[in-house]
Design a protein around this ligand. Structure first.
Ligand SMILES: CC(C)(COP(=O)(O)OP(=O)(O)OC[C@H]1O[C@@H](n2cnc3c(N)ncnc32)[C@H](O)[C@@H]1OP(=O)(O)O)[C@@H](O)C(=O)NCCC(=O)NCCS
Length: 177
């Protein structure tokens, strides 16, 4: 018999300590895998936990944080943070799309993106933007899902090893009314 697939849910405050720990493990795993997710390696689990706690607490009420759970805990996450600017109430930024290495390559990233796009549309957002590491797997994912590529900013960030720099590719997607 197959194990059941991940279930999806919107994470709402107050977020349980166990979920913060699981999200921190996911972030550490992503940095260990060489992903461009803001942090350098090695990422201390305590630092990762603090980052999740503070960033979730600081998220405005229109923000959407999705998690996918499997038998081991949180296997994937993605979020949409609304633009702060009063003249951009229709725009949101997609960030921190992460799938744990144990669950990659099985369509979870794609499902998380479909889910966050639909949740954003239902929340009244009509334009989403994001950026992704040049040459990374996520760039292929966003292209596959019909995101429009704007261009690449060179030398945008350091690789997790803190040595080489990589570019970032800017994308946007319009959401239908
Ligand atoms: C990017 C990431 C979220 C993809 O998650 P995933 O669940 O493995 O992706 P999926 O199985 O849904 O794959 C969907 C599509 O993405 C692309 N893709 C996924 N992994 C890829 C890889 N290693 N190389 C190239 N393309 C890849 C493919 O287009 C794939 O479609 P296909 O299976 O028809 O070829 C995952 O690799 C990850 O968490 N990476 C670390 C964090 C990160 O870089 N996040 C992006 C921040 S912008």
């Amino acid at each position: 018999m197959h194990a059941p697939g991940p279930t999806f849910e919107r994470l709402l405050p107050p977020v349980a300590d166990a979920d913060i720990r699981s999200l921190a493990e996911l972030l550490v795993d992503a940095v260990d895998s060489g992903a461009a997710v803001s942090f350098l390696a090695p990422l201390d689990p305590g630092v990762a936990e603090r980052w999740w706690r503070e960033s979730l607490a600081a998220s405005p009420s229109r923000a959407i944080v999705l998690v996918a759970r499997d038998a081991h805990g949180i296997a994937g996450t993605v979020q949409m943070q609304p633009a702060w600017a009063p003249n951009q109430p229709h725009r949101g930024e997609i960030c921190k799309l992460i799938v744990d290495r144990r669950a990659r390559g099985a369509g979870l990233g794609e499902r998380l993106m479909h889910a966050i796009e639909e949740a954003s549309r239902e929340g009244g957002f009509r334009l989403l933007t994001l950026d992704a590491k040049e040459g990374g797997a996520a760039v292929q994912l966003y292209r596959k899902l019909g995101w429009q590529e704007v261009g690449t900013i060179p030398d945008f960030a350091l690789d997790p090893d803190g040595q080489a720099k990589h570019g970032t590719v800017i994308f946007y997607k319009r959401l239908e009314s």
